[in-house]
Design a protein around this ligand. Structure first.
Ligand code: F6R
Length: 242
């Protein structure tokens, strides 16, 4: 695991965006695994700016997002489908037909999860998987104690995660309890992983991921097994490292 510590959030975001941009320049038909959440907002801004100002093209790129809330239709304003359109897809030249997210409102979410893994395989696998980290050490919505051998499936969200995400919903009760998430084993199959974490609130989880034991208690620690994982941090997120 390569750990890059940048002086501040802006520098960390720029470095992560540069890794994505380089991947797309080197392989215009790259398959990207994408994440959502607050950490990724400035990164998608940076990529949209590179498209606008530098001509970075996503026209040949295929994307697979990590997760979606169960019960939310793609046009729900709190869905990750909506987040991705607003923050990234509608701002670049990506072909919407090549963008994929788990179907949160599928009549059979279990079958939809299995199909999602099959779609990733059919696309040739993920070239670059972008990841954030939850304060509890989750990646995607693989919450603590998620099997490190897991595939895309339904996960119950912890109370901590629902509290962290409550800010997007009208109330805690309206914050979804379940999500479809790409599994830890599926994430580890990506040819390269880049995890971006910024801010002091992530310091404890970052310590668990980088210096803690390999354990399902901190699912992000599974990245220790990945031969090409890069963790991009600002100083605040790195502040608990030895
Ligand atoms: C969402 C995802 C999550 C987030 C994590 C951090 O697609 O994969 O693992 O990356 O919850 O979220 P923020 O950035 O909001 O702290």
């Amino acid at each position: 695991m390569k750990v890059l510590i940048l002086p501040d959030q802006q520098a960390a975001v720029q470095r992560a965006a540069e890794i994505v941009a380089r991947t797309v320049i080197a392989k215009p038909d790259a398959v990207l695994g994408l994440a959502t959440g607050g950490t990724m907002l400035p990164l998608y801004d940076d990529l949209a700016r590179r498209h606008r100002d530098d001509g970075l093209s996503f026209a040949g790129v295929t994307t697979f997002n990590l997760d979606e809330y169960i019960g939310l239709a793609p046009d729900h304003p709190c869905s990750y489908h909506h987040y991705m359109r607003e923050t990234f897809f509608d701002r670049v030249d990506i072909d919407p037909a090549r963008t994929h997210l788990p179907q949160g409102d599928a009549p059979d979410p279990r079958a939809a999860s299995l199909e999602y893994d099959a779609l990733i395989t059919a696309a040739g696998g993920i070239d670059l998987q972008l990841l954030g980290i939850g304060q509890n050490g989750h990646i995607g919505f693989n919450e603590p104690t998620a099997s490190l051998g897991s595939r895309t499936r339904i996960k119950t969200l912890t109370t901590d995660t629902r509290r962290a995400n409550q800010r997007y919903f009208a109330s805690f009760d309206e914050t979804p309890r379940y999500a479809i998430t790409v599994g830890v084993a599926t994430i580890l199959e990506a040819r390269k992983c880049v995890l971006l974490a910024t801010g002091e609130a992530k310091a404890k989880a970052v310590f668990g991921m980088v210096e803690g034991p390999l354990s399902a208690v901190c699912p992000a620690s599974a990245l220790q097994l990945h031969p090409r994982a890069t963790v991009v941090l600002d100083e605040a997120a790195a502040s608990a490292l030895e």
